[in-house]
Design a protein around this ligand. Structure first.
Ligand code: PXP
Length: 247
C-alpha cells in the first residue's frame, strides 16, 4: 500500500523579501493562504532567533488564519520553547541554528546533544505538539531521535540536492538507507531542504516518506510562474513519482 505524501510549503522567504524593504509586502500569511488553496497540506515557518525572516507577529497571524496545520521550525532554546507552548502549533521541528549561517546548514546533532534536547522534546510532546528532529540521514542520529522519544524525523536533503553526478547518487543512497531505518525504528519520516523540480522525484518515490517540506525553490519559482502554479507543479511531480514507484 502506498502511503500518502504530504507537501509542507515553507513561506520563510516571502518574509525575506518583505523584510528587505520593511513594510508589509509581500505578506507571508497571504502567501500561506494561497499555498493552502494551491494544495499545500501544511505550512512551515522558521522563527529564527534573529527574526531575519518570519516575525513573532507572523506566527500569531498564521496560527489564527491557517486551515491547514502549522509546522513551526525552532531552535532548542528557552525563548522558542515558550513561544511554541504559547501557540501550540500542530507540529514543531527542532533545527540547529547558527546566527551567521545563511540557511540551516546540516542537521541537528541529536546523538551528541541528547541531554540538551531531551527536555525540549518532552515539553513539546507533553503539550500535544508533534515533535520532529531535523537530522542528517545517519543511523546514529535516527537512533538518538528514537531514544529521545521524538515520533518524527525530518531528513536533511541539502547534501543530495547540492551534489551532482555520482556524488548525488551517493547522497541519495544515504537518504534511501536512512528512510529504511526509520521504518525499522517506527519513526515517521519527513524530508526537506533544497528540493527542486529536478530533485524531488527520487525522494518522493521513497516509500515511508510521509512529508516533504519545501520553501526556497517554490518562492523563487513563483517569480516566474506564480506561487499557485509552482506549488501545483511540485505536487504533481511528487504524485507522479509516488505512483510510478507503486506501479
Ligand atoms: N526543512 C527544514 C527543517 C528547514 O530548515 C528548511 C529550510 O528552512 C526546509 C525544510 C526547506 O528548505 P528549502 O527552503 O531549501 O526548501
Amino acid at each position: 500500500m502506498t502511503i500518502q505524501l504530504r507537501l509542507g510549503v515553507n513561506i520563510d522567504h516571502v518574509a525575506t523579501i518583505r523584510n528587505a524593504r520593511g513594510g508589509g509586502h509581500p505578506d507571508p500569511v497571504e502567501a500561506a493562504k494561497l499555498a493552502e488553496k494551491a494544495g499545500a497540506d501544511g505550512i512551515t515557518a522558521h522563527l529564527r532567533e534573529d527574526r531575519r525572516h518570519i516575525s513573532d507577529g507572523d506566527i500569531d497571524r498564521l496560527m489564527s488564519s491557517l486551515k491547514v496545520p502549522l509546522n513551526l521550525e525552532m531552535a532548542a532554546t528557552e525563548e522558542m520553547l515558550d513561544i511554541a507552548l504559547r501557540h501550540k502549533p500542530h507540529a514543531a521541528c527542532i533545527v540547529p541554528e547558527k546566527r551567521e549561517e545563511r540557511t540551516t546548514e546540516g542537521g541537528l546533532d541529536a546523538a551528541g546533544g541528547m541531554d540538551h534536547l531531551a527536555p525540549y522534546v518532552k515539553a513539546l510532546a507533553d503539550a500535544g505538539i508533534r515533535v520532529s528532529l531535523f537530522i542528517e540521514p545517519e543511523r546514529r542520529q535516527l537512533e538518538a531521535a528514537k531514544s529521545l522519544g521524538a515520533p518524527v524525523v525530518e531528513l536533511h536533503t541539502g547534501a543530495y540536492c547540492d551534489a551532482t553526478g555520482e556524488e548525488r547518487e551517493l547522497q541519495f543512497r544515504r537518504i534511501a538507507d536512512a528512510v529504511q531505518v526509520t521504518g525499522e525504528l517506527g519513526l515517521e519520516c519527513h524530508a526537506g531542504h533544497g528540493l527542486t523540480f529536478d530533485t524531488v522525484g527520487p525522494v518522493a518515490a521513497l516509500d515511508n516518506v510521509r512529508e516533504l517540506n519545501i520553501g526556497h525553490f517554490l518562492i523563487g519559482e513563483a517569480i516566474f510562474s506564480g506561487l499557485d502554479s509552482a506549488i501545483k507543479r511540485m505536487r504533481s511531480l511528487m504524485d507522479q513519482a509516488r505512483s510510478e514507484q507503486s506501479a
